[in-house]
Structure formats: C-alpha cells, structure tokens
Write a protein that binds this ligand. Sequence first.
Ligand SMILES: Cc1ncc(COP(=O)(O)O)c(C=O)c1O
Length: 294
Amino acid sequence: MKRDDMTGLATGGNKTRMLEFLIGDALKMKADVIITGANPFSNHVRQTSAAANKVGLEIILLISGEQPQEVNGNSLLTEILGAELRYVGGEEDELGPKMEKAAQEYREAGRHPYVIHKFCSVPKGCAGYVNAFMELDDQLKQQNIDLDEVIVSSAAGTYAGLFVGVKALNSDVELKGIAISERIPGWKDRLCELINGTASHVNFDYTCRPQDINVNSDYFGEGYAAPTDGMIEAVKMVAQTEGILLDPIYTGKGMAGLIDLVRKGVYRKEDKVLFWHTGGIPSLFTPQFRNLFI
Ligand SMILES: Cc1ncc(COP(=O)(O)O)c(C=O)c1O
C-alpha cells in the first residue's frame, strides 16, 4: 500500500501532492488569497485550507448545497483550520463560474486571488501524481520489487497523473482505476484530455486514446458516496487486519474492488499489487457513514 493518507496536511490525502504544485504556482504568481470550492464533506477543501495556512495565504471556500445540520469530519477540521466558508447552494459542478466571480470581486478590490478549479484535477495539479509515480518507481527499484499492478480509487486527477508517470517512465506496471461514481457519457474522452494536458504540462509527448484507459466501474454501487456492503467489509477488514483506516467514499470502494477481484481469482497469490491509499479518513465521522460501522 502506498500511504498517501500520510501526506501530512491535516490528516493527509491525495490532494496534498497536487497542492504542492498549485500552491507553488500561486506563490509564483504572488497571489494573496486562494479561492476554491467543493461540497460540504470535502477532503479537498480541508487539505487546501491546511496548505494555504502553511504558506500564509488567506483561503476562501465556496461550498455547494446547504450547510449541513450537523458538523462532519472534514467540515470540523476545515473550521478549525480557520478558512472562510461561504455556502452558495447549487451543485458542486456549478462552482467554477462562482469561484471566478468571487475572484473578480477580489481583483477589483486590489487583491491577487488564485483559483483552484476541479478539486485540483487540472494538469498542473496532476503533475503531483506524475511525481508520485516517479517516487514509487524509485522505491520499487531500491527495494527490488517487480510490481505488476497499481490500483487506485480514482477516475480523474490521481489516475491521470499516475497514468502519465507510467507512460513517461515506460514502466510495465499496469494501472487500474476503480470508479467511485457513475460514469457519464464521454468520460473517457474527458479523462484523455486531462491526461494529454498533464503530459504536455510536464513536456512529455504523448496522446491518450480512450481504449488506453483501464478503469473498473463495478464497485460504486448506487453512486457517489452511496455506501456498499463491500465498502463496509473492506473498511473493517483493513482496519482489523492491518490497523489502517480507509475512507467510506473512495478507498473503501477501491479496496472492496481489490478484495472482490482477489476472490474471483483475477489476482494470484504471487502477483504484486499495490493499493494506492488516497486518504479521506475524516469522512468516517460523517453522520451518514459513522453508524454503518457499529
Ligand atoms: C480520499 C480521496 N480519494 C480519491 C479522490 C479522487 O481524487 P481525484 O479525482 O483527483 O483522483 C478524492 C477526491 O476528492 C479523495 O478525497
């Protein structure tokens, strides 16, 4: 397991690796305020708040939907981190123009805002996962491990960055994504666009074709954040056998996929498979999830 639940920012997670490059860019642009947004349960806003604090930038968060009646794991940590939360209603995927409007208001007031779109899943952010694959490759060489496959619960930024890393190093490691939400028409084309953008950002000449993408869509159940029996079993099994916590939205479903594929005989005992832990542990404390485990 690659432990990106231990990347350091306020309980860690995958966004931290992407923020290394995005916050770096904000500093280069002499920004004085970061604007980003997501849903009220977001790991992304928690990590972005911590990252902004670390480099002394103000942080404004646009949160979709209504303010939850009860505080949840991530929203509690985000409040403690001191970010300004603005509940703006609507859906998460409608936040882009709202963030740009807020940025414009800041610019008119003489400030220098830096907007982080798409929960860091933009080429500059995905560079963090190109880097992460290079780090893994070094570790595998140091430890003399001939890895067959990487499994990650992502069909967006993390997958795209790792994909470019695999191709750029000409690695024979197979990368498999486990989708954690329903796939909308054209998703492979959009993922290819992100992969191509990331490749171009890191100066690597590569063009992705939809058939190159390996994402398994068998384990998201009824949709994003909808609990599945496999997820509950996986979270408990990994906690009780390894002492490692997974999350109920992403890594729990990814691990449920891995467990099921082992049971189906897709992997043999001698296969070397790495599970990429992307964090998200605060979601275990969310009212809708916490009672599933007791
Ligand atoms: C814990 C966790 N894992 C995986 C993901 C998927 O990230 P991405 O879509 O950038 O690959 C997220 C995104 O919010 C996350 O919070």
